[in-house]
Design a protein around this ligand. Structure first.
Ligand SMILES: NC(=O)c1ccc[n+]([C@@H]2O[C@H](COP(=O)([O-])OP(=O)(O)OC[C@H]3O[C@@H](n4cnc5c(N)ncnc54)[C@H](O)[C@@H]3O)[C@@H](O)[C@H]2O)c1
Length: 426
């Protein structure tokens, strides 16, 4: 299989490393597309040989060289590449979120339906053993029919803050966290329940990051960016790009080309996304979901509880127990190097029975072995896939549309109805 890449930033590396390493027998890297030559050069050095490079406006020419395209650009640019690749009959491996608007969702569904190519959305959280175990238990009927779900996700001031430093902070680029981040969580809920949303109501607010909140809390005199700022090295919100060779090469050394500033102040002007979100969803088969996302927690993790006709299932996960008060930590390395106090607990409460703690089989490697399982499905094929972990275009669209509907609802104050889980009603 010949793989070409569009979007050669941080995330592309997982796939490039895979094709250079454990999955090298499954295909080769034949072309790269990005507007930033410095980032392209970083990847050419990694690959260790010359590979044709294309500017974004030459993407269609690149398609001729490849059988499959890996899309890892900024979120709002996914749809254009996904649709062009599908229309050329290519397979597509797309990072989450599949896209950011209802219009792009509809256009991708049409393109996928007329294409001979296959689209995979890489929802890596599905592959985390604890999340797979939840899916299996619910599918086996361990708690009967699910009647409601309570799902809370907390991002800490290492990970959550990072969305307020760069393009994610602009709703037009990321769709806001209800799309960019919650696509993972809505996809998990959809997949766990094996159902699609019918009605969505939401409230959202920017309460912590951004210039207005900083002023209200007396945090005046903030620098526009971390690089060169007086507090660099001690302020936990100022990320020092020069301290990490990879961040330096990918972003600091590359910014002269396109003005992409990776370390903007999280308390600066221009933040158009929210950091506190509350969403109510009603599913087609009747289950109710209450969901919340907070992006400035003192720890990172999530809690989800399923109520069913036969009992209740509770998963409690701490991915990082606390955030140290010193200089900002590289959020892209944080999950590996700073996962202090990580824990997980899955408990099954059946009616009339003592609670049962369920063992979770964690494998080797990142995310409890989940990343390796995902990459296996992507590059070797999903095979029988009894948990239906590999996600296609409909799953990608279904999760984006809950986020889009939630964003509309938060703005209008009205619930938003979804016809078939993927299209706005009416
Ligand atoms: N599944 C996960 O856990 C996970 C983790 C990180 C990122 N992601 C996803 O991966 C994607 C990339 O994120 P990232 O952190 O690597 O971002 P990044 O900013 O590091 O990289 C984005 C790259 O896209 C390029 N780009 C920007 N606009 C473009 C355009 N119009 N055409 C072509 N290239 C363009 C930029 O030059 C940059 O090289 C996002 O969609 C993000 O949601 C997923």
């Amino acid at each position: 299989m010949r793989y070409a890449f569009v979007g050669l930033g941080h995330r592309a590396q997982m796939y490039i490393d895979a094709l250079l390493g454990q999955w090298s027998d499954t295909g080769e890297i034949v072309a790269l597309c990005d507007a930033n030559r410095t980032r392209l050069d970083y990847y050419l050095d990694l690959i260790g040989r010359d590979v044709p490079c294309f500017a974004p406006e030459k993407f269609d020419e690149m398609l001729e060289l490849a059988d499959a395209i890996v899309v890892a650009t900024v979120d709002a640019a996914h749809a254009r590449y996904v649709i062009a690749a599908l229309d050329a009959g290519k397979d597509v491996i797309c990072e989450k979120p599949l896209c950011t608007t209802a219009e792009d969702c509809a256009a991708i569904v049409e393109a996928a339906e007329r294409s001979t190519g296959r689209l995979v959305v890489t929802f890596n959280y599905r592959y985390s053993p604890r999340n797979s175990t939840v899916r299996r238990l619910i599918a086996e009927g361990a708690i009967g029919d699910v009647t409601s779900v309570h799902f809370e996700w907390v991002l800490d001031t290492i990970h959550g803050a990072d969305y307020f430093r760069r393009w994610h902070r602009d709703k037009a680029s990321s769709g806001g966290l209800l799309v960019h981040k919650s696509t993972h969580h809505f996809d998990l809920a959809n997949w766990w329940l094996d159902d699609t949303a019918r009605s969505v109501y939401a409230q959202a607010a920017l309460r912590f990051y951004g210039a207005d909140n900083a002023r209200a809390r007396g945090l005046d005199e903030r620098p526009e960016r971390a690089q060169g700022a007086p507090g660099l090295g001690t302020d936990p919100y100022l990320l020092d790009l020069s301290a990490d060779p990879r961040l330096k090469r990918l972003y600091l050394d590359a910014e002269h080309e396109d003005g992409y500033i990776r370390d903007q102040d999280v308390f600066g002007e221009g933040v158009t996304i929210d950091d506190n979100m509350a969403v109510l969803v009603r599913y087609a088969r009747g289950a109710l979901l209450t969901y919340s996302l907070n992006a400035h927690g003192p720890f990172e993790g999530y809690r989800v509880a399923f109520n069913g006709t036969g009992g209740r299932l509770e998963l409690e996960v701490v991915e990082r127990a606390w955030t140290p008060p010193h200089a900002a930590i590289d959020p892209t390395a944080a999950s590996k190097e700073h996962a202090v106090g990580a824990s997980e607990r899955l408990v099954l409460h059946r009616h009339w029975s003592e609670p049962e703690e369920i063992a979770i089989d964690a494998g080797a490697g990142a995310h409890g072995g989940g990343d390796a399982l995902l990459l296996d499905d992507v590059f070797r094929g999903a095979g029988d896939d009894p948990l239906a972990r590999q996600a296609g275009h409909l799953a990608g669209v279904a999760s984006v549309m809950i986020g889009v509907a939630a964003g509309l609802s938060a703005t209008s104050g009205e619930p938003v109805l979804l016809d078939d889980g993927i299209r706005p009603a009416g």
